[in-house]
Design a protein around this ligand. Sequence first.
Ligand code: BG6
Length: 465
Amino acid sequence: MADSRARTSGIDTLVILGAGGDLTSRLLLPGLGSLLGSSRGRPLQLVGSDRGELSDREFRSKVRAAFGDAGGVARTVADRARYVQADATSGEDLAALLAGCEGRVALYFALPPAVAAASCRALAGVELPEGLVLALEKPFGTDGASARKLNRLLQTIMPEEQVFRVDHFLGKSTVLNLLGLRFANRLFESLFSAQHVERVDIVFDETLGLEGRAGYYDKAGALVDMIQSHLLLVLALTAMEPPSSVSSEDLRGAMAQVLRATRPWAKNGTSSRRARYTAGSVGRRKLPAYVKEKGVVAGNRTETLAEVTLAVDTWRWAGVPFRLRSGKALGDGRQEIVITLRDVPHLPTGFHAVDRPAQIRIRLKPSTMEVDLATNGSGDPFDVEWDVLRHDFGENELSAYGEVLAELMEGDPTLSVRGDVAEECWRIVAPVLAAWRKDAVPLDSYKAGSAGPSRWGTPPEAAGR
Ligand code: BG6
């Protein structure tokens, strides 16, 4: 990532549009606090902006609360933060906001996708300061067509290197560890192909329920919220060809290439499942049925658990199913990439066979890895049994949000989603969304706190747990 960092200079002023919103206080400011309190933190001017009235003092105390006990330059940044009341969709307001900023500016759209798009349209008519960087949150657009339209508009405003499509999964330590694991070891990369791999499962189950986010989530659902963006990027890093460097061009180019080859296993999108939770308990927490949550419209038939099986049409991966699954209010917050290996071509006659295939399990929380190893050491030497090699990747210094913000503040787009990648992600899920709209796939239900709909059975990758 160093080469692109050298190419661009850092950011002096970070402007947050939507500073009064949930995203800003829940994720963005804590992530910024983690960055400012780290060895990579450096002073900057923080400007919050929203439609509502707020004094500088009130905004500063909001920032301090979100920064918590972050050290480093966090305190100074919070003490100097400013608030500007503005309508993010008004060209006039945006021009005045930008005119009051110093040095190189990053404009962060912590806004719903449709408002962010309207704001970009307003920006197109404004004279922009040199080196301005735009940061947009996922989901990028609301479907393929709107993502394409937004990309075309952004192209007319500034070069792609100055547009950051933020996806904090690219800042997760395990996700980044995939790169080192695959491309700095002889041991694993040679296994990553259809010759050795039977299937790949990328699972991100959450114990959290809706958490008061009906306004956004009830229109998105699990497929768009998690699979369309986050998990497809994890697939890209798991399946891509080795890039020649980790510069933004090479890394993002390799990700785009593998995503272009990815499609639903059944081209009509029916290689998918969906479900919605009913009332239940997750641990000691009682959850109402999803449809009873405040703000949910039952008629939207929004899924809270989604599963899609995809194919990657390349020489390396032909015939290997990639199953992506994510859901809310599940009993076990399993978050992992499971690579199930094929059986050995021939187990020497006389060995008692092991009962399940070998797996490599790469866990996101905590950031660890397990590799199954068949051994015949203890007891009967011809009785082959499983041992597990465990490795703790350790957490990065920065939170996932802190990591992507660090790249943004350093002006390095390596960990941001390139425009064509965002469009590919929408293209991949489009047949699934269409099949669901036509009801070609039933909407199942599962009890909050369970493992999912009982008729889905035990997932194949769970064998090694
Ligand atoms: C967000 C989704 O992008 O990612 C949430 O909108 C989800 O629904 C979250 O809970 C998961 O990421 P993390 O890092 O908070 O576990």
